[in-house]
Design a protein around this ligand. Sequence first.
Ligand SMILES: *[C@@H]1O[C@H](CO)[C@@H](O)[C@H](O)[C@H]1NC(C)=O
Ligand SMILES: *[C@@H]1O[C@H](CO)[C@@H](O)[C@H](O)[C@H]1NC(C)=O
Ligand SMILES: *[C@@H]1O[C@H](CO)[C@@H](O)[C@H](O)[C@H]1NC(C)=O
Length: 343
Amino acid sequence: MLAMGRVGFIISSLLLLLASLTPKAWSKLIEANYDSFHAQSSNFAVSLALFCLSNYEPCDEVRGELKSAAETLQIYNYNASLISIDCDSQANTCRELDIISYPTLRIISNGSISRYRGSRDSKSIVSRLIKELDPLVWPLEDGYLEDIKSLSIPAVVIHVEESDHSTQKLVHAIAPGLKGRVVMGIVSHSDQDEPVERDLPFVDVHHPMDEVTRTFEGPVDEKTLDDFAQRVSRPIVGRFDPTTSEAYEESQIPLVYICADTDWERKQVAELVRSVATKNNGSLHFATLDTQRYGFHAHQLGLDIDKLPGLVVQDFLGKATFPLDQEKLITAELVDDFISSLL
Ligand SMILES: *[C@@H]1O[C@H](CO)[C@@H](O)[C@H](O)[C@H]1NC(C)=O
Ligand SMILES: *[C@@H]1O[C@H](CO)[C@@H](O)[C@H](O)[C@H]1NC(C)=O
Ligand SMILES: *[C@@H]1O[C@H](CO)[C@@H](O)[C@H](O)[C@H]1NC(C)=O
């Protein structure tokens, strides 16, 4: 990271230049000199700068990708700029920024410069900049759906007709209230696209930490969708591992562990107990435990790890554990009765 010390000084002398930048000019690939490089990068939430030499083929290729990335970013009006600097004519700028090979890409965000480490195709570039911007609503056309799935927080994705402005508006209306807990995405379908199998609009959920599948039913209106997204932000059956264990313990709410060796078994049992978990929301937590990795923990909780899948309740306050009889087949009814007998 390299702090941009001179930016403040430069900005004051460049107000005139900036005033002449129209929004349309924003998302084009800007050919910059020292001054316009700093002006651009301090005037946008995030910038990507390409440092290159003229008449150098590898540079032309990356420049082409940047141009196409700029077009995509322009469509969505992102607060991002793409800058190209010719290190032949702007040698001092490149030297000052320690550019020693070409092409080099740097990301400038919130006053600091860092290396761009991703692939240099336009899609990866756009994805990287969108992640940096962390927008309230992600537009997901053109194959950007995978990006939202790769985030570590739940994503609620609404598929709409391109002309359905009212649904798009309501998604934008509820997104600020979900910031940091759930990301919202919109996939808009036009007549030219492949036909979709479901009636538009419809809602999909990608929840990296929920072992049960969350499905949205009911009308896509502001209240229903907002309520749903709020609920989705908390998993019905979460995952117990070193990253989540502390939160479970600190909540002091008794935890029902679903212990099994395979992902498939854990999800099967999670789906079985979904109704019990929903019914006991607030008084019990439910989470799976991967016994292939954390078998010792299941053993400590009193389960025979040779007879899995198994289920055990841990009462953090009373410091006691209650394994479900491992000779019995786990069913929703069995779990419901077992838990009722403990409460
Ligand atoms: C874009 O980001 C810059 C820097 O964070 C900010 O000053 C500016 O107001 C933003 N512009 C828009 C249109 O949001
Ligand atoms: C931007 O940088 C400032 C100062 O380094 C820091 O306080 C602030 O949290 C940063 N903002 C974001 C959005 O990262
Ligand atoms: C669980 O209960 C709380 C409060 O009782 C409620 O706000 C929340 O929406 C419920 N969550 C689910 C997933 O039903």
